[in-house]
Ligand binder design. Structure first.
Ligand code: PMT
Length: 430
């Protein structure tokens, strides 16, 4: 999930922005009063929508005073409709933040219910939505809540971002994940989400250097034969184009492929896993914020490479001794000052479990799992279907063109890589 990286965005991001603050019924509603104040302090225009439950915890009058605007509480309110009707209100915000967001609210939103004003606005709005969960740790970790979050993220991947929750002591005395982020963290995160989602001109990856591997490697047996696989490079090349679209400075380290080079991307062509490793090393030494390993690197290569074409010697069987190649993505991820590292998992069965295993074993920040047993996706197809997996979440991205899919993967990388930076910052402080 996403936390604020205070240093990276200017204070001007919120200036004049319309922020709709949705409040649902949780004890953390008191923190939203401070959030409202902080947003106003940064010159955002704030309108508040409260559910019936929220009004049990804190008075709408408090938010009226803090936001400087009437507070909206009911769907069927003729006075409110005469002022700003609910459809008009749904079109008004540059960003909607729901803080606190209860388990009940998340469940309803994930199912597309619209039985109160806040849910109706959310269903009617195309604005980016930030959700700050706040609930008891057992409710947060309940598989039903986690399923609802996954469904919401899968259905509204482009629109919805989760902010937190944090871990710690809760109002009920429990300790664990479920606390709402502090108001100042939420305010920073809102700025960050706005900057990422709305600052399309500069691109959220502007100023970042991304190194991507793509295609197969070829492991020579002799001057005319090699071991390789069916990778076409399409997935890695689409990712390179998607990162460049978002303003990144992109370097593609590519195995042998027959596809067009993406525009505005530096390409380094290599043959073997060893060459790919040394090219990746050189590029990372020049600076790398994000490393994406989409290449189908051969796991093994012949121990001996014959100088001349190997001749048949009359035997029916030939034994080829193989040795394990360097694991490029694991090597990069093992470095002390590693970039944000994204691997792929090419699996034919038990896809999610194997992928989760590789995420941990290779010390990756994210892994993109694809089923390479299918001929309509994966190797050499123009399409793919994946699960994007991090330590906190699994997002299913259904079958679509590799170009479109690459854009979704890059959006997830943008949001999650910022989370990791802020977490590292907090770790250092602590
Ligand atoms: O190129 P396309 O035809 O478009 O096909 C796309 C793809 C199927 C190749 C791509 O989506 C994909 O899954 N790439 C990863 C293929 C792979 O090698 O997966 P793996 O599960 O064996 O490896 C796991 C991770 O380790 C991968 O990020 C891989 O790049 C990396 N690896 C593996 C071995 C090695 N020696 N070094 C590595 O860096």
């Amino acid at each position: 999930m996403f936390q604020a990286n205070q240093a990276s965005f200017s204070m001007a991001t919120l200036n004049g922005k319309n922020i709709l603050l949705g409040i649902t019924g949780g004890i953390a509603a008191y923190k939203s009063a401070e959030l409202c104040r902080l947003l106003r302090k940064q010159n955002a225009v704030v309108r508040v929508v409260m559910t019936r439950g929220a009004c049990e915890f804190i008075s709408p009058l408090t938010f009226q005073a803090l936001s400087g605007n009437p507070v909206h509480t009911q769907l069927l309110d003729s006075d409110a409709e005469a002022g700003m009707g609910h459809i008009e209100l749904a079109k008004w915000p540059d960003l909607i933040i729901v803080a606190p967001a209860t388990a009940n609210f998340i469940a309803k939103y994930s199912q597309g219910l619209a039985d109160d004003l806040l849910l109706t606005l959310l269903i009617a709005s195309t604005a980016p939505v930030a959700i700050a969960p706040a609930m008891n740790q057992a409710m947060w970790s309940n598989p039903l809540t986690q399923r609802n979050i996954r469904e919401l993220q899968t259905a509204l991947l482009e629109q919805v971002t989760f902010l937190g929750p944090a871990e710690g002591e809760q109002a009920c005395g429990d300790i664990g994940a479920g606390r709402m982020l502090e108001a100042s963290e939420l305010c920073d995160a809102v700025e960050e989400v706005l900057a990422v989602l709305l600052d399309a001109d500069a691109g959220p990856l502007s100023g970042q250097r991304v190194v991507i591997t793509a295609g197969p490697t070829r492991e020579a047996i002799d001057p005319v034969r090699y071991i390789s696989n069916h990778s076409s490079g399409k997935m890695g090349y689409a990712l390179a184009a998607a990162c460049a679209e978002q303003g990144a400075d992109v370097v593609l380290v590519s195995g042998p492929v027959q596809i067009e080079r993406p525009k505005q991307v530096k390409v380094a062509m290599v043959e073997s896993a060893t060459e790919m490793m040394s090219s990746v090393d050189q590029e990372i030494a020049l600076g790398c914020d994000i490393f994406i390993s989409a290449a189908a690197v051969a796991d093994y290569s012949p121990v001996m490479v014959a100088d001349q074409k190997m001749k048949k010697k009359g035997e029916d069987d030939v034994v080829l001794n193989l040795t394990q190649n360097v694991d490029i993505v694991a090597t990069v991820a093992a470095r002390p000052s590693k970039p944000y590292v994204v691997g792929f998992a090419a699996e034919t069965n038990d896809v999610l479990n194997y992928a989760k295993g590789k995420l941990v074993k290779k010390n990756l920040d994210m892994i993109v799992a694809n089923d390479v047993s299918r001929s309509d996706i994966g190797f050499n197809s123009d399409h793919n279907a994946v699960h994007i997996i991090t330590a906190n979440e699994i997002i299913e991205v259904p079958k679509q063109s590799k170009k479109e899919l690459a854009r979704s993967i890059v959006k997830s990388i943008v949001l999650n890589s910022k989370t990791r930076k802020s977490t590292t910052k907090l770790d250092k402080k602590g």
